[in-house]
Design a protein around this ligand. Structure first.
Ligand code: PAF
Length: 281
């Protein structure tokens, strides 16, 4: 695996290829990331992953400083998954001056759910992803692909709409959420959970599964379903931010008798750890 720490090294190396397939990450890799790398492999002639903990997408009180940096194990796992190129710039390389040009995703999409509880998060994500695309795809010709995990459902929608509105010649491919045997969605932040919290953590996906099952069975009082889900997790000691059923197309609440396909999404804090998950209904 070729490791590039600078944009120049990356571009020089990728000039030998035409169709990069790219998986951006913040490191601290787990089986979910590696599944994205494996999914990306047949989609291009070179598989590129990035590791960059992006300060722009963290709020001041969030875990930017303590976000686990697990370089040796990340490199070993990427090699084993068949990644060809790792782009791992430091902050000075990616943001040599204050990043004052930013991508501002539309409020209608980016201010709800995650955006409501993490203001500015999607500005940080969209800005770094646009910049990563400029680094990774500048030498490409023809097909360019980037793979994002479906666990970050709203992030995937923001990236898709950014690519569409800026007419970027990049195919955005969704990778299915990888889960532990008990159903917990794999996440870098699962590592923050202690043994007791890890056993409890499955309740987030279990709650979403119950909501999805109720909707499939014809439940129509969505507000009641959401309130019941919030109360259920609160009673177990969680601090939920949201547990909602939304239209897949725009993440807005469905209207009465709206036949639009739905997704249930949740975010909740267990101890110090904030977990998110979703399920398409
Ligand atoms: O999903 C992530 O890990 C990050 O938001 C991303 C897409 C790598 C941007 O920093």
């Amino acid at each position: 695996m070729f490791i590039a720490h600078t944009i120049e090294e990356l571009r020089a190396h990728l000039s030998a290829y035409q169709h990069p397939a790219f998986v951006p990450t913040m490191g601290n890799l787990h089986a979910g990331h590696l599944a994205l790398v494996r999914q990306a492999k047949p989609l291009g002639d070179v598989t590129v992953a990035s590791i960059f903990v992006n300060r722009l997408q963290f709020l001041p009180h969030e875990d930017f400083d303590s976000y686990p940096r697990t370089w040796d194990s990340d490199c070993a796992q990427l090699r084993a998954a068949g990644c060809d190129v790792l782009f791992a710039p430091n902050e000075k390389e990616l943001y040599p001056e204050a990043q004052t040009y930013k991508i501002q995703p539309p409020a209608g999409l980016a201010d709800l759910l995650e955006g409501q509880f993490r203001p500015g998060f999607f500005v940080g994500v969209a800005t770094v992803v646009m910049k990563m695309f400029a680094c990774v795809f500048s030498e490409a010709k023809g097909r360019r692909t980037a793979v994002f995990g479906q666990k970050d459902y709203q992030q995937l929608m923001v990236i898709r709409s950014m690519v569409r509105q800026f007419a970027l010649p990049i195919d955005i491919v969704a990778g299915p959420t990888q889960r532990a045997a008990d159903g917990l969605a794999l996440s870098s932040r699962n590592g923050y959970l202690n043994t007791q919290e890890r056993a409890e953590a499955v309740q987030l996906s279990a709650t979403l599964q119950r909501m999805a099952a109720a909707l499939r069975a014809g439940a129509s009082d969505i507000a009641a379903l959401e309130a019941q889900a919030m109360d259920g997790l609160r009673a177990r000691g969680w601090a939920p931010d949201y547990l909602v059923a939304r239209r897949r197309s725009d993440l807005l609440p469905p209207n009465a008798n709206d036949p639009a396909p739905l997704v249930v999404l949740g975010a909740a804090r267990l101890g110090q750890t904030r977990l998110i998950d979703n399920l398409e209904v």
